[in-house]
Design a binder for this molecule. Structure first.
Ligand SMILES: *Cc1c(COP(=O)(O)O)cnc(C)c1O
Length: 407
């Protein structure tokens, strides 16, 4: 018989979202009259802007004509889209041949690990988006879990005590450092000074930063960096992974991109960009041409405006949730609220309580689903993540119920 990939054997159950769904279902079965509202998911809820949807519809219809039909495109992506991303979102900080179009950021985060193999050391923010660690476990780079975490992974706590920016001194030389800003789940957004410290550390210690910028379009404060490539020195130590999922509501359409600078080198001097090009042309066959037509529309003036409107819509929800959690009933219970207005997540600390206990209380007493912070890593214990993805009328109703909660 064939032996199982030992990486899979090392994988501990990814139980966060299935467990959230199970508890919700169980509660609903026992309380069929309850109208449950979810502030738990990190999934977009608002319809696609018409301008963007129409670009995809037009492209699809053209595929039914002799003139408009096209089959396989360039595996690295439509050259117009690559160019537009470089121009509109990177303004000279990246060139078109450093932009690779994909079917989404999560898929790129998984694929990128093939570049580094099973021997590479890993460092992640704690708490973090689960795929950084789980993907590393599957490729064999994380080792076994001893109950406190995976042996090959350095966890970098990001807490109110350190202003959600990690102590880098614990990170080993030659590590891959996963860094997400604006952060899921904490909502923290790194400043230029913080990213400069990260870049300087990576350059001095032979590390490569995998920078996840999926929430960049939520950044409202003009002083905050929207890409790692705004930072001097970043081109010799950073890869950026990004996505149309959150800014354009493409969670179902599927479209993302990565930036791999030509200045980035492996220890032997080989070009990372060249190997990534090889991965994308060999293991991937290009993103959907329909989705890419939508991506091009996103980056036209009308598309950019439409994306901004949807983000503003979600941020109204975020503001409302943060305001609710700063209300008297939460204050009396000692709840601390972390919300920057530069991300769709509100992160709240219920000191002295377990995340899952707070989750259960909010579900049973307010019929609102949240996400327990402990599911994102040990440093997330006692926190709850509230998501602002949702219809405004639902979020308003959820907030009314939350404001009546007693602790
Ligand atoms: C939602 C999200 C993504 C986007 O993933 P896609 O595969 O592009 O949908 C990437 N990173 C983080 C941290 C996210 O929360």
């Amino acid at each position: 018989m064939i032996k199982r990939n030992s990486g899979f054997a090392n994988l501990t159950a990814g139980y966060l979202f299935p467990e959230v769904a199970r508890r919700r279902r169980e509660y609903q079965e026992k309380n069929p009259q309850a109208k449950i509202i979810s502030l738990g998911i990190g999934n977009t809820t608002e319809p696609l802007p018409l301008f963007i949807a129409k670009a995809m519809a037009d492209y699809s219809m053209a595929l039914a004509t002799k003139e408009g039909y096209s089959g396989y495109g360039d595996e690295q992506g439509n050259s117009e889209l690559r160019k537009k991303i470089a121009e509109v979102w990177y303004r000279g900080m990246a060139e078109a041949d450093e932009v690779f179009i994909s079917d989404g950021a999560k898929c790129d985060i998984a694929r990128i690990q093939t570049l580094f193999g099973s021997k590479v050391k890993i460092a992640v923010q704690d708490p973090a988006y689960p795929v950084y660690v789980d993907g590393s476990v599957i490729v064999g780079a994380a080792g076994k879990n001893n109950g406190k975490g995976y042996k090959g992974v350095t966890y970098m706590p990001c807490t109110p005590e350190n202003n959600f920016f990690p102590d880098l001194s614990k990170v080993k030389k030659n590590s891959l450092i996963y860094f997400c800003s604006p952060n899921n789940p904490t909502g923290a957004c790194a400043t230029k000074e913080q990213l400069k410290a990260l870049v300087d550390f990576a350059n001095a210690n032979g590390c490569i930063i995998i920078y996840d910028g999926a929430y960049r379009e939520f950044i409202q404060d003009p002083a905050l960096p929207k890409t790692i490539f705004e930072i001097e020195g970043s081109r010799t130590c950073s890869i950026e992974i990004n996505s149309f999922s959150k800014p354009a509501g493409f969670t179902g359409v599927r479209l993302g991109w990565s930036i791999v600078p030509k200045d980035l080198k492996f220890a032997d001097g080989a070009s990372v960009n060249r190997d990534w090009n090889r991965v994308m042309t060999t293991l991937f066959n290009g993103a959907s041409n329909v989705a890419q037509a939508g991506g091009i529309a996103c980056l036209e003036a009308e598309g950019l405006k439409a994306m901004k409107d949807v983000i503003d819509y979600y941020l109204v929800n975020g503001d409302k949730i943060a305001e609710t959690l700063r209300g008297e009933n939460f204050k009396k219970a000692g709840v601390e609220v972390y919300y920057t207005g530069n991300s769709p997540y509100v992160w709240a600390k219920f000191a002295g309580r377990k995340s899952w206990d707070v989750f259960d209380k909010i579900l049973s007493e307010a019929n609102v689903v949240t996400t327990p912070g402990s599911g994102f890593g040990p440093a997330g214990e006692s926190f709850i993540r509230f998501s602002s993805f949702g219809h405004q009328e639902d979020v308003k109703e959820a907030c009314q119920r939350l404001s009546k909660l007693e602790f």
